[in-house]
Design a protein around this ligand. Structure first.
Ligand SMILES: Cc1cc2nc3c(=O)[nH]c(=O)nc-3n(C[C@H](O)[C@H](O)[C@H](O)COP(=O)(O)OP(=O)(O)OC[C@H]3O[C@@H](n4cnc5c(N)ncnc54)[C@H](O)[C@@H]3O)c2cc1C
Length: 486
């Protein structure tokens, strides 16, 4: 149930990976979709093109994504720093005895090719004949309505049946849901129900009353003001910007013809009107009336209960600071598809329990990763940011921070990870700790020779990036009739 990105990705993935299953997708055009969620991580293109085998040419033509190599954080004591989907800190340049993090106190730019590209306004390295090398761990910026339209067509072609109707009631039985009743279609029943009804969580939350684990002890923001403007002469950038604001932070997402801005804030510290005012004053180009969206951060205790599996915003939500929701949808549907494949579509309680543990620990990890962003941002002294530094809990990742304080950005930190394999590795956490210059004991003083090796490696990455291709040039290249996707 649900025709937003979660329902569509679930339907499409199940049809492709477990084709024995008949899928009917019920959505309500009366209710519509949330219509936000426009940055992805690198998991998304990989899922579309590799796992689902979608033709990139079709997808680029219809959904019109642009590329995202990472996030520029205007955050902490540096002017800014980058987070990317490659590795900056969890490796060492040739000739260095210690990992990169130990050398990045003063300058943390050009530690990966993605970061070098982003800081020069480029999207991809340039290949033969100056063509963009569209490969590696890139992600997308993509307008939600275009994504939904494109996925709807792909799902129809994959054999998903669509019903446009609004839920009226749910009848339960010992297995979970017996049948769902809709306004026009009457009662429908199935062996397995996917609840992708967004924040309404119609089945998992309302009908089955599965308890919700609230994340407000770590993540204080609960609303966003959203607006934007038609692109004028601004350069089309290959990254999302996340900028510290008085009571939260503001994103900038780069579409080809539109710039999308959103101020995520905490209603404990500011009311909607004041937040809109701060948003407008810092973004004078925002047109029309920005809309305010409310959300709560947390997850259902179990997301597979009886014959109901929740996916997407119905399953849980953390605010979009790392744009992780679509990636989480993909993990959830892949684990579901794998479970169904492994069990010949007859999963038992043990398999459901295993799924629930994986989904829960993925949500909790994202919560803790975002908590690092808040706990260590020293940029502003407003009541919101002071409260974040004092009160945000680091959850299961407190131990990683304790170890970092002693040993610094060492690869030995891997021993302090609470669950393995985890989504971000130590790389993600180090990007935030070193990016925000979080202090540690036993600082390392490199020799002059090491410094020279460090500068020379960064220089090589920088020179290659300078010869790279911008987003606009790459879009022009892939739209030429001679372009071939490999
Ligand atoms: C401020 C904000 C910013 C975000 N930014 C990002 C981002 O940058 N990147 C990212 O990955 N994610 C982001 N997200 C999350 C994003 O919303 C989700 O990734 C994504 O859109 C999934 O939504 P969904 O399909 O779960 O829900 P929705 O899009 O809300 O879809 C719900 C579906 O269920 C149907 N439905 C609901 N109730 C009923 C009913 N009673 N009867 C019939 N049908 C019903 C609706 O019609 C709809 O089709 C953001 C979220 C917020 C709030």
């Amino acid at each position: 149930m649900g025709g937003g990105s979660a329902g569509l990705l679930a339907a499409l993935t199940l049809r492709r990976l477990v084709p024995e299953i008949d899928v009917t997708l019920v959505h309500s055009s009366e209710i519509g979709v949330i219509g936000v969620g426009e940055g992805t991580t690198a998991v998304f293109p990989d899922h579309l093109f590799t796992t689902l085998g979608i033709d990139p040419a079709e997808f680029y033509r219809e959904a019109e994504p642009t590329w995202k190599q990472g996030i520029k954080f205007v955050w902490g004591p540096r002017d800014w720093f980058f987070y990317d989907f490659e590795e900056q800190y969890d490796w060492r340049f040739d000739g260095l005895p210690k990992p990169n993090g130990y050398y990045a106190e003063e300058d943390c730019t050009d530690l990966s090719s993605a970061c070098a590209l982003m800081s020069r306004g480029k999207a991809f390295a340039s290949g033969p004949l100056g063509k963009p090398l569209v490969k590696g761990n890139y992600a997308f910026h993509i307008e939600n309505h275009k994504l939904v339209e494109c996925l709807t067509r792909l799902a129809r072609e994959a054999g998903v049946k669509f019903v446009d109707d609004t839920l009226q009631g749910v009848e339960r039985d010992a297995h979970g849901v017996k049948e769902v009743r809709f306004e026009k279609s009457g009662a429908l029943s199935a062996d397995l129900y996917i609840d992708a009804s967004g924040f309404r969580a119609e089945l998992i939350g309302k009908a089955l009353e599965e308890p919700f684990n609230d994340y407000s002890g770590a993540l204080f923001c609960d609303r966003a003001v959203i607006g934007g403007w038609e692109r004028e002469d601004e350069t089309l950038l290959a990254y999302t910007t996340a900028e510290t604001m008085d009571h939260g932070w503001c994103w900038q997402i780069e579409h080809e013809n539109f710039i999308n801005r959103g101020y995520v804030f905490s209603s404990r510290f500011v009311d909607d009107d004041e937040a809109v005012e701060e948003f407008r004053s810092k973004n004078p180009k925002v047109g029309g009336d920005p809309r305010v969206v409310r959300f709560r951060s947390g997850r259902h205790q179990r997301n597979w209960v009886g014959n109901v599996v929740a996916i997407g915003n119905a399953s849980g939500f953390v605010e979009p600071l790392e744009a992780t929701a679509i990636a989480q949808i993909i993990y959830e549907v892949r684990w579901l598809a794998e479970t169904l494949q492994l069990t010949d579509r007859m999963p038992d309680d043990r398999m459901r329990e295993f799924f629930n543990q994986k989904v829960a620990s993925a949500w909790d990890e994202i919560r803790d990763f975002l908590a690092y962003h808040y706990k260590f941002n020293t940029r502003l002294e407003t009541p919101f940011w002071k409260a974040c530094r004092e009160d945000v809990g680091l959850g299961d990742y407190q131990g990683l921070y304790d170890a970092y304080r002693e040993i610094g950005p060492s690869q030995l930190l891997v021993e302090s990870l609470p669950t393995r394999p985890n989504i971000y590795g130590i790389e993600g956490f180090l990007a935030m700790l070193v990016g925000m210059k979080v202090p540690y004991a036993n600082r390392y003083e490199p020799e002059a020779e090491e410094r020279a090796a460090w500068e020379s490696a960064r220089g090589r990455l920088g020179r290659a990036a300078s010869a790279g291709v911008t987003v606009s040039q790459a879009l022009n290249a892939i739209r030429k009739p001679t372009w071939k996707w490999s």
